[in-house]
Design a protein around this ligand. Sequence first.
Ligand SMILES: [Zn+2]
Length: 320
Amino acid sequence: MALKPLLQHTQLLETLKSAIDQQKLASTHIISGSPGVGKKLFSLHVIQYLFCDHKNNYQACGECGSCRKIQNTQHEGLHIVEPQGAQIKIEQAREVIRFLSLKSQMQPQAVLILEAHKMNPQTANALLKVIEEPPENSYFFICTSSLSAMLPTIRSRSQIWRLPNLKPETLKTIFPQAEETLILSAQGRADLLEKSFSESTTELHNKSFAVWSEKFSSVTVLDEFQEELKSREDFVTLLSLWQQQIRDACFIKSGRPKNVIFSKHQEQLNALTQLSFEQLEKLFCHCLDMQQEMNYNVDKSLMLQNFSLKVKECQSVSLD
Ligand SMILES: [Zn+2]
């Protein structure tokens, strides 16, 4: 099966292809960007071009033996590393070193590392040695959604390419069946959009408004989100939904309904639009703080209760 076409990042792809044509491709690349923006696909397009026997005018032929093997990710010159569980382990770095030592004379070799920020320090240090002195004609494509978590010594030896989030029209092409609300709320990430088709996410969307509702006190809000409190991922999704809803309230208040993501839920946003811009800003910042805190081992229930109290506080002030 042919590689899926790259709908975005095409200019960057040409830059790299042009470097390949001029035999000036750097040996180590970090491909950085949010999850779901196509880092792996981007890398595979570069690698396919690198290996293609009949490349022409910035296009891999897609038909030669090399192209086909890359399409099936079974090329003998390509080694892919993925996290095993939560980590990329030292043994996987050793496999990379073994792979690079099996070098045939003419062929290039490519190592594609996915979610590279999951390398533990030993793995990263083991790889650093080959990255510092890569065998001739070998190339690293290191994909990560967390550039800052990468070892600085690896970063400093790499060319860093940042892939921006996907445009709404790109997401629409990938998921023609997606509604506009879902597309906008996916924030340029195909993985989030794909997930939002699942029933549980739709449920989460509907439920998320409860935090603004006067029906729920800061105690009952905990019951309402009991399930979400159990999963870090769901809670992070909730936080970003709340930010979008606060933004929506600002757009409604300033008479820009076109920018509203949750336009079908205006009624549920009423509780928010009653608040002043200043209060909305305060709540938004609070959401951002919570998002930051999620990087640490925090008590989510306490955090949620606190947030709910802040919401109630704002609501009672604006009633006065
Ligand atoms: Zn080809």
